[in-house]
Every structure is written in structure tokens, then in C-alpha cells.
Ligand binder design. Structure first.
Ligand code: ARG
Ligand code: GLU
Length: 725
């Protein structure tokens, strides 16, 4: 081999192993550097970084909104029309549904402004600007500063910087750490609280294929819903008022009618929640071999119980739709994650990377002195953490994530703590608030389901968690129940004040100084406190201390990686802040001899359709539209596109994010990732990691042709960037 060839191969190898590769990454929109920009252009982008994020003029970022702090949404008309996923609007669609007005089953469409439904409690957040404040936050930190002192200095500096900031009347400021505490960024936002539900397709379109298709390609759901932001007469944020007007945005996204093809540039713009791309091999091993399996095991039980009731009772199907979707979404994703991490040999790759890292570290005295032990110390701490992390996961799944009654108990505990700390008035306020929330809670609550889940997951805890973490109170209860968990559930739930709306309402009327006494007499409260005390005594102190050391070391490891691989481009892990993800429309090969296309069609909806099925029963009207090929201007060559995939590196929180074309037009709506690549939160691999988007033409088709809400399409701006008219 000649020298050039060797050089090229080495370069390619480095490129593949060490560098963020095109497609990978979630970048800060205000720090898109020239490297990003030239890469994006090479991938097909026709805009400049300034078109994406600017403080001087309206730019794409002005159309992107955080939706209720979890999902993403985007403004698609000059009248504040807001697009997000069906599963993001789900809670609201469900809340305003009843057996008579069943918006989940039948869809909801406001045919005029008066019919729009105020979505109480929903906040939409726009980003005014972002600024790097690292220097000011690190002021006063020296080489010799210990990590405890360091945190004290940082906290003080954050307060100082916050106090010195000039904010507009409605602006809020938050300062967040990036790169595991190696960079600090100020984010200035504005909240809007008058937001109204405008439209949603029936669940049989919005979540077509439900759990079977969730996290899977090929996909055929129209996962979208529409809302509208309202503002006061001066276009400023305001609480709900019938006098408010639709918000006029600085920018809204035009909509491309020209569709997508393989290789087209795609930009996802949104608020990714949490990723962990720079973990050690030991941490990844723990996630896939310990943490994920515990969560999956517990949820196997919850889902089994909920499904059995939902399938046979239409009322329960509505009541539990949202809860079931939330529990099963994580459950399925973690299974895909384990699969992908194993199949892609993520741990092996991490180990190779760590070896390379150590080689670099050992090549320089300064690095050697500072970083020689960072990985081995991290590894040792993960080992120490493991048994505690396992108990913690069981405890959280049982008492915080899967049982509803215990959510109420936890609220009551917070109220009694408030009484202890802040006194009578504060406690009274919280009691009134909880009382107000009770009808909403009990409207969708079935004690028998909760009890059955309790029995099943408590038994799992009993079998799998070492006895030293079984509180005495629990052991007594188990004895009194003769070791039968259904009997235990009955004993606890039937006698509890938390078991019915009446008894709980009464409880919330007692004078706050009696709270302790009444609570102490309640069995579910006693059970919950017994576990909390056990956790706080035997798990939390050790777990938190190790975690704190780990956070510190992982921060050092992050810093070290950036130092010893200066040619590698790093992007910060997701932390619910605004990011740009760029990639291409791209099919993939999930396994040998199988090739996935990038686009799905209405034909696939019909192929999957099963009359009366729980997940795949497409509405008759949709089947008719397919028969008559009545696609209006939204179809393409006699076919109706539904979903497409790309190589954008997305995660939870990117639901509802716009997929934007090379010129800044909306082409799709992000809502999921493909099964083989759900591990991308930990290990992105361009060959199999794909995000899934609804084709925007399907959104328009459903709104206009299916729902007859063409007035909504009329308020959007439709464009033809490819001149395909
Ligand atoms: N998997 C997607 C996400 O993480 C869609 C979830 C909604 N659908 C569902 N069946 N739960 O949010
Ligand atoms: N469905 C996810 C969400 O709610 C997005 C899919 C993902 O995790 O990538 O944000």
C-alpha cells in the first residue's frame, strides 16, 4: 500500500470512530460554528446559520416552542397556529373527552375560533435568546479549588449573573450546565399560558398501530394535533381571557407541498430531553444489564393488568389510555435499547475508545497527572453503586411510577411536610389545591386496577430485592396477609382514606394540625412511609454520595475527552434545551437481506387494517378516501405519503419537532425513532439510527379531506420549493 492510501484509511478509521459523524449530534443553535455550517451545506442545506438562529431578525428559532415543558411544537401560521404530536396533546384531548364527546375515538375539530377549547395548565415557551456565560460562572475557580468549593463558587456566580441580567417584561432567565458542568449557558424565554386545542384526528389515526407499531418502522400513524397560542391586545402573554387574540409570531414555518426523497437534507429543531453519549463502558453495562431490565420487569406487570381491563371495557379504555401509553412507551424503548446496545457492541466500542483515550493521556505528563485514574475510578464507583441503584429503581417504579394511589399518598406527605416547615396557611393552600384536583383524578381512576398492579409489582419487589431492604412494617403486613399479595392489597386499599374521592375530600378538610394524626392511622400511608424511611436510611445517603462523586468524575472525564481529542467535535448531551439536529432522508438495512425504504404510504395503513382491532382499526372514512384515491393536492403520483425516516439524532422531547427542508420549509413532524436504533441516547450509529416523521402532506390531507377542516389549511402558507406543481 502506498502512503497516501494508508493515510486515507487511517483518516477514515479515525473519522468513523472518533469524530461526530454527519447525522450524529444535537447542536446549540446559537453556536453552529463554521464546521457545522459547511457540513450542513455539504449535506444539502441552502440556508445560513443566521437563518436558523438570529437575535437580529426573525429566524426559524422564533417558530419553535417548548410544549408543556416536555414535547416540542412549532408555529405554522401568522395566527399562532401550533402543530405538535397527537401523543403530546393526548392528555388534553383525553381530559376534554367523555363517552358522549369522545375526542379520543372520534377526533376533535374546532370549526371556528369559538369552538377551540382552552387547554388549562398548558404552557408554551418560546426562546428569546441564548448566551454563553461560562466565563462569568467560572470566575474565581482556580486549579487548586476543591470540587466542593467549586460548586459553592459556581452557585454564587449563577446568582450574581442572574441578578445582573437585563430582562424584558415577560422574559425569564435560566442558567444551565452543559458538557457535564464544563459550560454554562443562559437561556432567556417567554411563556404563553392561553393555549387552546384546535384539532386532533381520532386515535385510530393519531396513534395508528399503538404499542405494536410504537418505536417501529415502517410506520403509518398520523401523530399530530393542533393548538393555538393566544395573547393580549398587545400580543403579549396573558392568562386565559375570551378577549385574547391569536398570537402573531416573529416567524412561522411555511409548508412545503413538494415532499421528500432519499438524500434530502432534514433539519430537526426542538427540545431533546436527555441523552448520555459520553458514558464509560461500565455505566453502559449497568444500564443495559441492570437498570433497564428492572424497569421492564415491573412494567410487564402493570401493562398486563391495564390491558386486560382496557380490552373488555370501553370506559376503562378511555380512562387508562394516557396512563397505559406512558408506561408502555418507556417499557418498549428500553427493550429496543438493550437490543441495540448488544447488537452494536456498544460496550466493546466504548472500551476501545477508552483504551485510545488512555493512550493519549499517557502521552503527555500533564494529562497523565490529571486524568490517569479517571476511568478506573468511575468504574469502581459504578460497581459500588450497582446494588443501591437496583433497589432505587425498584423503589421508584413501585412507589412513584406505576401506582396511582401512592401518588396521592405522596401528595399528602408533601402537605404534611409543608405544615411542619411553613405552617398552617401554606398547608391549607396545598390542601385546597389537591382537593381541586381530585375530581380530575378520580374521573379516570379504577381502584381494582391499581390494587391488582400493586399485588403484582410488590411481589416482584419481594422476590428480587434483598431482605435488608424490606421494611419491618411491610414484613408484618405480609405475615398478616399470609404472604398473599392480593390480600395485602385489599387490606391496604380498602381501609385507606385515599381509596375514594369522598374520604379523601373529607380528609382534606381537617385542620392542618391534625394531619399527622389522621395520616398515621392510614395503612397505605404507613406502608409508603415505611418504604420511604427504609430508602432514606439505607439507600439514599450512600447512593447520593456515590452519585455526587460520579458526577464530579464524569465532569472531569468529559473535560479530559475534549482536551485529549481536540480534533473531535463534541456536542453537549440533551438537557431539554433548544437544539438543531441535521441529517438526511434515508432508508436503512435493519438486518441481513432486509432494506427499509424511506417513505410509507396510505396503502400500508390499509394493509395493516383489521376491522374492530384494538390497534389497527382504521376509520371507514379513511378507507373510503383510499378507495377513491381522493387525495386532493396532497398526494403524489396517485399515492398518499404517510411517514418518512431520516438520520437525525433525536431523542425523547423531540416529539412534535418540525422536520425542516434545505430552505426552511416544514416537510414533516418528528414523533419517534426506529426500533434498531433506540440506543442512540447512548450510542448513535448512523447505519441504523433513524428518526420517524409524519409527512406534512398527510397532516394536511387528514385535516382537509378526512376532517373537513380546510379553513385550517387555508391559514397556512403552502409553498413549492421544488417547483413540483
Ligand atoms: N415512542 C414515541 C415517543 O417516545 C411515541 C409515543 C406515543 N405512542 C405510544 N404508543 N405511547 O414518545
Ligand atoms: N416519541 C418521543 C417523544 O415523545 C420522540 C421519540 C424519541 O424518543 O426519539 O419525544
Amino acid at each position: 500500500m502506498n502512503k497516501i492510501k494508508i493515510y486515507l484509511i487511517t483518516f477514515l478509521f479515525c473519522f468513523l470512530t472518533k469524530f461526530a459523524i454527519a447525522g450524529e449530534g444535537m447542536w446549540l443553535p446559537f453556536l453552529l460554528n463554521s464546521l457545522n455550517e459547511s457540513e450542513m451545506k455539504a449535506m444539502g442545506m441552502k440556508m445560513s446559520a443566521e437563518d436558523i438562529y438570529s437575535v437580529n431578525k426573525g429566524s426559524l428559532k422564533d417558530a419553535i416552542a417548548h410544549f408543556g415543558g416536555g414535547c416540542t411544537s412549532e408555529i405554522i401560521s401568522n395566527q399562532g397556529l401550533l402543530l405538535t404530536n397527537h401523543h403530546c396533546g393526548y392528555g388534553y384531548i383525553q381530559r376534554y373527552s367523555s363517552l358522549e364527546n369522545n375526542y379520543l375515538d372520534d377526533g376533535f375539530w374546532a370549526m371556528n375560533r369559538d369552538e377551540e377549547i382552552p387547554a388549562e395548565g398548558l404552557t408554551i415557551t418560546l426562546v428569546s435568546r441564548m448566551e454563553d456565560v461560562t466565563e462569568a460562572i467560572f470566575k474565581g475557580i482556580k486549579k487548586k479549588t476543591t470540587s466542593d468549593q467549586r460548586q459553592i463558587i459556581i452557585d454564587a456566580n449563577i446568582e450574581k449573573v442572574k441578578a445582573g441580567y437585563q430582562l424584558g417584561e415577560f422574559e425569564k432567565l435560566i442558567i444551565k450546565p452543559f458538557f457535564k458542568g464544563n459550560q454554562y449557558i443562559a437561556i432567556i424565554t417567554v411563556d404563553y399560558n392561553d393555549v387552546r386545542l384546535v384539532g386532533a384526528p381520532p386515535t385510530s389515526i393519531g396513534a395508528y398501530g399503538k404499542d405494536t407499531d410504537n418505536w417501529v418502522w415502517p410506520r403509518h400513524s398520523g401523530d399530530f394535533s393542533l393548538f393555538r397560542i393566544y395573547a393580549d391586545a398587545n400580543n403579549n402573554p396573558a392568562d386565559y381571557s375570551p378577549d385574547n387574540k391569536p398570537y402573531t409570531p416573529k416567524h412561522f414555518l411555511p409548508i412545503s407541498m413538494d415532499g421528500v426523497e432519499e438524500g434530502d437534507f432534514t433539519l430537526i429543531f426542538g427540545f431533546p430531553g436527555r441523552t448520555n453519549e459520553y458514558l464509560s463502558a461500565s455505566a453502559v453495562t449497568q444500564i443495559k444489564d441492570v437498570i433497564d431490565p428492572i424497569r421492564i420487569g415491573i412494567r410487564d406487570e402493570s401493562i398486563r393488568v391495564m390491558d386486560s381491563y382496557m380490552k373488555s371495557d370501553p370506559k376503562i379504555k378511555i380512562q387508562y389510555a394516557s396512563k397505559q401509553a406512558r408506561i408502555s412507551n418507556g417499557w418498549k424503548k428500553w427493550q429496543g435499547e438493550i437490543l441495540g446496545l448488544n447488537k452494536s457492541n456498544a460496550v466493546g466500542k466504548k472500551k476501545a475508545y477508552e483504551a485510545e483515550f488512555m493512550e493519549q493521556v499517557n502521552s503527555k505528563r500533564k494529562w497523565k497527572k490529571e486524568y490517569k485514574n479517571v476511568i478506573s475510578e468511575i468504574d469502581a464507583l459504578y460497581k459500588e453503586l450497582e446494588p443501591l441503584a437496583a433497589v432505587r429503581e425498584y423503589y421508584n417504579e413501585v412507589f412513584y411510577r406505576n401506582l396511582e394511589l401512592f401518588r396521592l399518598v405522596n401528595s399528602a406527605i408533601r402537605i404534611s411536610n409543608t405544615f411542619d416547615k411553613e405552617g398552617e396557611e401554606a398547608a391549607k393552600k396545598r390542601m385546597a389545591r389537591l382537593k381541586g384536583a381530585l375530581p380530575g383524578f378520580f374521573k379516570d381512576y379504577q381502584k381494582k386496577i391499581d390494587m391488582e398492579i400493586f399485588a403484582a409489582i410488590m411481589e416482584k419487589y419481594d422476590k428480587n430485592v434483598p431482605e435488608e431492604y424490606h421494611p419491618g412494617y411491610y414484613k408484618n403486613e405480609k405475615n398478616s396477609s399470609g404472604g398473599d399479595f392480593n390480600i395485602m392489597a385489599k387490606r391496604l386499599f380498602d381501609a385507606s382514606i385515599f381509596g375514594s374521592e369522598e374520604s379523601l375530600s373529607k380528609f382534606l378538610e381537617v385542620p392542618p394540625n391534625m394531619l399527622h394524626e389522621v395520616l398515621n392511622a392510614d395503612l397505605t400511608y404507613q406502608m409508603s412511609t415505611a418504604f420511604a424511611e427504609m430508602y432514606n436510611e439505607k439507600v439514599a445517603p450512600k447512593y447520593d454520595a456515590i452519585r455526587e462523586k460520579l458526577d464530579d468524575l464524569e465532569g472531569q472525564y468529559m473535560k479530559a475527552q475534549m482536551e485529549v481529542f481536540p480534533e473531535k467535535r463534541f456536542y453537549p448531551d440533551a438537557n431539554s434545551t433548544l437544539r438543531v439536529h441535521y441529517g438526511n432522508v434515508e432508508g436503512y438495512e435493519p438486518k441481513d437481506a432486509v432494506r427499509y425504504h424511506n417513505l410509507s404510504y396510505l396503502k400500508g395503513v390499509v394493509e395493516k387494517h383489521v376491522d374492530g382491532d384494538y390497534e389497527f382499526d382504521a376509520p371507514d372514512k379513511l378507507l373510503e378516501l383510499y378507495e377513491t384515491k381522493d387525495y386532493g393536492p396532497y398526494g403524489e403520483n396517485g399515492k398518499m405519503p404517510v411517514c418518512f425516516i431520516g438520520s437525525n439524532h433525536t431523542t425523547g422531547g423531540n416529539s412534535g419537532s418540525p422536520a425542516i427542508d434545505a430552505n426552511g420549509n416544514l416537510i414533516g413532524l418528528n414523533f419517534d425513532r426506529a426500533w434498531e436504533g433506540t440506543m442512540s441516547d447512548i450510542n448513535y450509529d448512523r447505519s441504523i439510527c433513524r428518526n420517524i416523521m409524519v409527512d406534512i402532506r398527510y397532516v394536511l390531507f387528514i385535516t382537509d379531506k378526512f376532517a373537513g377542516a380546510k379553513h385550517l389549511v387555508d391559514e397556512m402558507k403552502l409553498v413549492h420549493p421544488k417547483n413540483k406543481k
